[in-house]
Design a protein around this ligand. Sequence first.
Ligand code: PNS
Length: 159
Amino acid sequence: MTNIAVCPGSFDPVTLGHMDIIQRGAKVFEEVRVVVLNNSAKKSLFSVEERIQLLKEVTKGIPNVQVDSFDGLLVDYAAAVNAKAIIRGLRAVSDFEYEMQITSMNRVLNEKIETFFIMTNNQYSFLSSSIVKEVAKYHGNISELVPFEVELALKEKFK
Ligand code: PNS
């Protein structure tokens, strides 16, 4: 049986911090499904199709990574693809409370699916899609923060 993990997020857009987590997750699990889900607390800049397209481009060199989207509960997606694990990145203590809340909720919804946390590489501990969008909006340099394809897509959005 393939050891599948789901790596969920808004990915609006994918950053180098996300890439760090995806790459490291792909070394541990046989298959990683990066899935774009709706976060009802966030308003997105990129459409789901655009986010998927960017994720596909930037993960094409990692053979055991698949990209998908789902409109519904994360645990329902995980069960549908036979994933036993969810991977989340942790940047700082400030992430902890929110992550504990959704992890606990997901466990109540489906106790068979376990959440694993990967500590983000120190160089990305301050990085988020929101901060990247803020810098890009005012034409700041984002080349060290996102993959090249994402940099181009953000420049196009804010030109
Ligand atoms: O990148 P994000 O915005 O921190 O990711 C959050 C996300 C999309 C993983 C979370 O909001 C989510 O799982 N949304 C789908 C609905 C769901 O299952 N919520 C968890 C139970 S409260």
